[in-house]
Design a binder for this molecule. Structure first.
Ligand code: GRF
Length: 207
């Protein structure tokens, strides 16, 4: 069983799309085991609560050190036997130790066609502004593995959308978001079905 922990900082529309796909039966073998946010007022936590899913507000600011934060996170993840972390609009870098523990088991969605328009500072409207400023004729969404650098892990799946003449940042963002909502559930479906093979975490329980 794919036990997914979803991390997010904002409204949670990608999480909602994943949840809808699971609840409709289109992703057999996968379930959401918990949602974690660094932001106590994030919509994503409310969506989780509305669906009676464990929702946690956890941030480094609540902890004395990064080690203590990692301990708290691993405690929650292990208590729910999470074996995949899905970053759905999570605005923080995951601590190194967590990425190491979930090696090749952390996926992220990015609102552009990586490797273009990724990296530090490339989030939210900044991404779409950069795409429009560069005069691109296409943009899209990418789901990729997360490693220690921003937006640089192996690409798992991408979907393109056109950039249309006269597009505003909002127009482009909305068009990209629509394909994000198809792409993220599709990647999770492929991971759950074994079409996309990710190795198991190095260590299953933390000491
Ligand atoms: C999405 O555009 C995603 O690509 C980016 O953050 C946004 C999150 O939106 N990483 P939502 O919270 O899923 O609605």
């Amino acid at each position: 069983m794919l036990n997914i922990a979803v991390f997010g900082s904002g409204r949670g529309s990608n999480f909602r799309a994943i949840l809808a796909a699971i609840e409709s039966g289109s992703i057999p073998g996968a379930r959401i085991v918990c949602v974690i946010s660094n932001n106590s007022s994030a919509g994503i936590l409310q969506i989780a609560r509305d669906h009676s899913l464990p929702a946690y507000h956890l941030s480094q600011a609540q902890c004395a050190s990064e080690e203590a934060f990692v301990e708290r996170l691993l405690g929650v993840l292990d208590s729910h036997q999470a074996n995949l972390i899905a970053l759905a609009g999570y605005m923080k870098l995951l601590p190194q130790q967590l990425i190491a523990r979930f090696h090749r088991r952390v996926v992220n969605i990015h609102p552009a066609l990586l490797p273009k328009f990724g990296g530090k500072g490339m989030y939210g409207h900044h991404v779409h502004e950069a795409v429009l400023a560069a005069g691109e004729t296409a943009s899209g969404a990418t789901v990729h593995l997360v490693d220690e650098a921003y937006d640089r892990g192996a690409i798992l799946l991408q979907r393109k959308v056109p950039v249309l003449p006269g597009d505003s940042v909002e127009d482009l963002a909305a068009r990209v978001l629509e394909v994000e909502h198809e792409l993220f559930p599709e990647v999770i479906r492929r991971i759950a079905s074994g079409e996309l093979l990710l190795p198991a975490p190095a260590v299953l329980t933390h000491s």
